[in-house]
Write a protein that binds this ligand. Structure first.
Ligand code: ZN
Length: 141
């Protein structure tokens, strides 16, 4: 394992062990429920949107390190974007993870860390679960 792999692994472990923006959600707060039965991942999302901007993304759920770290990383990466920016970054992330698009040079290390799972087809579902939920919410705005 080289230094870069180690950096990426430590980013994922950090977000798994100390997820950002994760808390219990009341039923009426939940805007999307996502499930990945292949792995047992379950995520619920709530998004606060004000004046066309994604103010905050909050999630709850259970699952593997990749699915939870990805939700945590998404909540940090996308918050503050306009709805349009957020929607296009979400689509880009999903396409990159599916191997339909190359990783752009300016992609942040936090997302590159998840990029490593592209080699593992089953893990792609884990890594994109939260992003699919956010895509559904943004499509309804
Ligand atoms: Zn998983």
């Amino acid at each position: 394992m080289d230094d870069l792999d180690q950096l990426y692994q430590s980013i994922i472990l950090d977000h798994y062990k100390h997820p950002r923006n994760r808390r219990e959600l009341a039923p009426d707060e939940i805007m999307a429920d996502e499930e990945n039965p292949l792995c047992g991942d379950q995520l619920s999302l709530s998004v606060e949107i004000n004046a066309g901007r994604v103010e905050q993304i909050v999630f709850d759920g259970k699952g593997c390190a990749i699915s939870l770290a990805s939700a945590s990383l998404m909540s940090e990466t996308i918050a503050g974007r306009t709805v349009e920016e957020a929607a296009s970054e979400v689509q880009q992330f999903i396409q990159i993870m599916r191997g339909e698009q190359a990783i752009p040079d300016d992609w942040p290390d936090e997302l590159r860390a998840l990029g490593g799972v592209r080699k593992f087809a089953l893990r792609v579902k884990c890594a994109t679960l939260a992003w699919h939920g956010l895509a559904k919410i943004l499509a309804r705005v």
